[in-house]
Design a protein around this ligand. Structure first.
Ligand SMILES: Cc1ncc(COP(=O)(O)O)c(C=O)c1O
Length: 390
């Protein structure tokens, strides 16, 4: 487990570095890629070994959605999150973007509304719009440096065209971890307005400071009939290129509806993706994740100390995820100036906060899942770019 090693991702068809310039305007030659949410770490050795052995076998005929994958997911949910699920509840998907798109398609009609609490993963909005549904954005409140859900605001924002709530637990961006009471309140809100609740838990494994993720289904068992959980091994083990995720749907009626739509797409998980996830969801995989979390905690400490030393800049203390959420409002600068300094002076490609919806405008999101020396470099670049404030 050498998270310090630069494995050199430039030129490997990787989005983060090879599309850096196109997306963020920062050259990969002398820039740092801290935008899209994957990591620069090699995955767990147990995953690489399993893939190698599958490659050595050499035959890649049709696979299928097998019992091993379901057993692995079940084991992970049980041991890591205390959630006992049945193998039959799992429906594999081609990642979570796909899972969300199919959920919108299954439970809403063109012109219906889909709501979410912002700032949030921008694809919730984009998927909604691409599906010709209408996004309803409910701003969270920042109270003493922590986001809070505002159900009164939610009542004012939504109307009876809204049929679905997509909830991010833990939240991307900001890393906010939700309590059982908060999750239950979200589900009660969905019950009151007859909304399908999609609980996106893709970031659930990377928790800091001994925090535990609570699956929405555990927090709100009374609302199972409207709850769909989606998850993946991808963020945790740096496997998003394998495009495998899964929905967990305990309710028979909901599951049947989703299954029907999925069958129409002829989707079944790719052989290597299945091998990778089965190998990840093991005790050895779990040990690797703990080591990764400890390393990320170190990155977070270096980054936060460095950024918070710049007057007017504030990095929100992360409760989970490797996505630092940094507020520049205290600098008194307009957003274009902050953006230009980060892009042209620091030469760091980040995710602009405004893309995450209302409440994100003064923030930028920095991905911290990279070797420590790059984090130190990022801090030095940011301190230089805002040196006149020191
Ligand atoms: C909350 C959340 N959901 C879904 C996704 C997308 O997942 P996938 O790569 O499996 O489509 C991301 C990726 O950053 C995410 O942060």
């Amino acid at each position: 487990m050498n998270f310090d090693r630069d494995i050199g991702r430039r030129g490997t068809h990787c989005m983060k570095w090879d599309r850096l310039e196109q997306v963020t305007g920062v050259s990969p030659e002398d820039g740092l890629a801290m935008w899209v949410a994957d990591s620069d770490f090699a995955t767990a050795p147990c995953v690489t070994r399993a893939l190698q052995s599958r490659l050595d076998h050499g035959a890649f005929g049709y696979g299928f959605d097998d019992a091993g994958l379901r057993a692995g997911i079940g084991w992970w949910m049980d041991t890591r999150h205390g959630w006992a699920i049945e193998p039959g509840w799992i429906i594999p998907t081609q990642g979570l973007g796909h899972a969300i798109g199919m959920a919108i398609d299954t439970w809403t009609e063109i012109g219906d509304g889909v709501c979410f609490f912002t700032p949030v993963y921008h694809e919730f909005r984009q998927k909604t719009e691409r599906a010709e549904r209408v996004p309803f954005e409910i701003p969270m409140q920042l109270v003493d440096g922590r986001y809070e859900l505002d159900f009164e605001a939610a009542e004012d924002v939504i109307d009876d065209t809204v049929k679905m709530l997509i909830f991010c637990s833990p939240q991307n961006p900001s890393g906010r971890v939700w309590s059982a009471a908060e999750l239950n309140a979200v589900a009660e809100f969905c019950e009151k307005h007859d909304l399908i609740l999609i609980s996106d838990e893709i970031h659930a494994d990377l928790m800091y400071g001994g925090r535990r993720h609570i699956p929405t289904d555990i927090a709100a068992p009374a609302f199972r009939h409207r709850t769909v959980t989606i998850n993946a091994s991808s963020k945790t083990f740096n496997l998003p290129g394998f495009r495998l995720g899964y929905a967990i749907i305990p309710d028979d009626r909901l599951r049947a509806a989703y299954q029907r739509r999925m069958r129409m797409t002829e989707y079944s998980p790719a052989t290597l993706s299945v091998a990778a996830t089965i190998a990840a969801y093991t005790p050895e995989g779990a040990d690797w994740v703990e080591a990764q979390i400890a390393y990320l905690e170190g990155n977070r400490a270096v980054f936060d100390a460095g950024l918070n030393a710049i007057p007017g800049v504030w990095s929100m203390p992360l409760e989970s995820t490797y996505l630092a959420w940094v507020d520049f409002s205290g600098t008194g600068m307009e957003e274009p100036e902050v953006t230009a300094r980060i892009r042209d002076v620091a030469k760091i490609g980040v995710s602009p906060g405004k893309q995450f919806g209302p409440g994100g405008g003064t923030f930028n999101r920095f991905n911290l899942a990279m070797p420590r020396f790059m984090i130190e470099d990022a801090v030095a670049r940011m301190q230089r770019a805002f040196a006149d404030l020191q």
